[in-house]
Write a protein that binds this ligand. Structure first.
Ligand code: ARG
Length: 467
């Protein structure tokens, strides 16, 4: 469907126009319609309708022949939508009425019987839950793919020293592999959050009808099983009005985008010629139309930027639900575009990152050079003195004085000769140079969660087993 403004507006009979003395204006029609965005739930809508129709036939509410006609009509509609010949019509408001109307045109009265014991209120709630469940099942493997790409890169870089930063100041040596593993952890939590959201959303609202339930002898458990739900929504009012799952989804999406934006920021920083730790493959960058020398990290910059719209969607949905009285209100139609855009933004970002990570070219010399400039092993020297019996606070003080002396001489701690080092503590001996080296510093952090290359490799193995 293209521009909603371009829809013709013949005098049509809508699904509810019997009650009204005059038609809505074109503007109101366009304002209230959702078909130009909710049509993307058509598969879920048909799946839900077929399960409902099967239940109606099983319960003797509609005839077996009606069910057969509905199934035949829906198969035709699937073909039309997939083939691009389905005529989405603004006059029929939303995806539900568009499909129902076409069904009736195809199979007659059986199509009109489909809506027995159902309302669009429980229908749309069911469709969104099905759509989000399908979407989470797309997102989880994408998160896993990105974790795998990071693990592969981390394995290659398990021994590559780089400065670890706090306050964006050189703090202590870490390996680049260890740094990348931090993102594997974040993405693992994201997967947990989406899985958790899936648990709560996987309940069937259908059967709540408009808000109070229905007078027909329906079998909700049967429909739930047909649609792969773990159970039913217990309360009909809650069933049609609850959008917690949508907020949870956007919240999980906002956090996942937060992680991608942090990673983006680091990639941008690392790729800046001032830092020069990495280079990104050309296909993720663009040039400048005026400055011939430029290679800009557009993809991470855009991911960082797109995080904003996802935050906005979360805030939009929270505000949409705040203060809404029970049960269904038309406000709820506004839940879809934020959800769709959150999913689209995250899916695209995850795909592009999984492709981008293997294209990170690491420049170990630049990382090593940066490590030589920030007294990155100062903590190691303090720890060394503690092991020789000095209380930690005194050791900290002695090393701080040594660092100040280095700053005056514009050299690094590891560059001071032994005699000068001993001026800050007589406990310092020849063995100090083993701890002042980057390799010694890394190897010494040899425990679970530490940056020693052997620990990084063990962490990669554990993470692979969990994926
Ligand atoms: N298009 C509507 C939505 O997205 C479907 C439910 C409409 N129900 C109603 N009573 N108007 O929420």
């Amino acid at each position: 469907m293209t521009d909603p403004q371009s829809f013709p507006s013949p005098e049509v009979q809508t699904a509810w126009s019997g009650r009204f003395a005059e038609p809505v204006s074109d503007l109101v029609k366009r304002y209230t319609a959702s078909v130009f965005f909710d049509q993307r739930m058509w598969r879920q809508d048909i799946r839900g309708s077929l399960a409902h129709a099967r239940m109606l036939a099983r319960q003797g509410i509609i005839a077996a022949a009606d069910l057969a006609a509905i199934e035949r009509g829906m198969a035709t509609i699937v073909g039309e939508i997939e083939g691009g010949t389905f005529n989405w019509n603004l006059d029929d408001e939303d995806v539900h009425l568009n499909i129902e109307k076409r069904l009736t045109a195809l199979v007659g009265d059986a199509g009109k019987r489909l809506h027995t014991g159902r309302s669009r209120n429980d229908q749309v709630a069911t469709d969104i839950r099905l759509w989000l469940r399908d979407t989470i099942d797309v997102i989880d493997p994408l998160l896993r793919n990105l974790q795998e790409a990071l693990l592969t890169a981390a394995e290659t870089q398990a021994d590559t020293p780089m400065p670890g930063f706090t306050h964006l100041q050189v703090a202590q040596p870490v390996t680049f592999g260890h740094h990348l593993l931090a993102y594997v952890e974040m993405l693992g939590r994201d997967r947990g959050r989406f899985a958790d959201c899936r648990v709560r959303l996987n309940r069937l609202p259908l059967g709540a009808a408009a808000l109070a339930g229905t007078t027909f002898p329906i079998d909700r458990e049967f429909v739930a099983r047909e649609l792969g739900f773990d159970g039913i929504c217990e309360n009909s009012l809650d069933a049609v009005s609850d959008r917690d799952f949508a907020i949870e989804f956007c919240s999980a999406g906002a956090l996942a985008m937060t992680h991608l934006s942090r990673f983006s920021e680091e990639l941008i920083l690392w790729m800046s010629p001032r830092v020069g730790f990495i280079d990104l493959a050309d296909r993720f960058c663009t040039g400048s139309s005026i400055m011939p020398q430029k290679k800009n990290p557009d993809v991470p910059e855009l991911a960082r930027g797109k995080t904003g719209r996802v935050f906005g969607h979360l805030m939009g949905l929270l505000t949409l639900m705040k203060g809404q009285p029970l049960a269904y209100n038309k406000d709820n139609q506004e839940d879809k575009e934020p959800l769709f855009d959150t999913a689209d933004t995250l899916v695209d970002s995850l795909r592009i990152f999984a492709d981008m990570v293997p294209g990170i070219r690491v420049k170990p010399e630049a990382m090593a050079a940066a490590l030589r400039q920030g007294h990155a092993t100062a903590t190691d020297l303090a720890d060394y003195l503690v092991k020789k019996g000095l209380p930690f606070r005194d050791a900290h003080e002695a090393v701080a004085r040594a660092v100040r002396a280095c700053e005056d001489k514009a050299c690094d701690l590891a560059d001071l000769p032994l005699a000068e080092l001993r001026a800050f503590s007589a406990l310092i001996g020849e063995d100090v140079f083993a701890v002042l080296t980057v390799a010694g510093s890394l190897a010494a952090r040899d425990h679970v969660g530490g940056t020693a290359p052997s620990q990084v490799r063990a962490a990669i193995d554990r993470a692979r087993k969990h994926l």
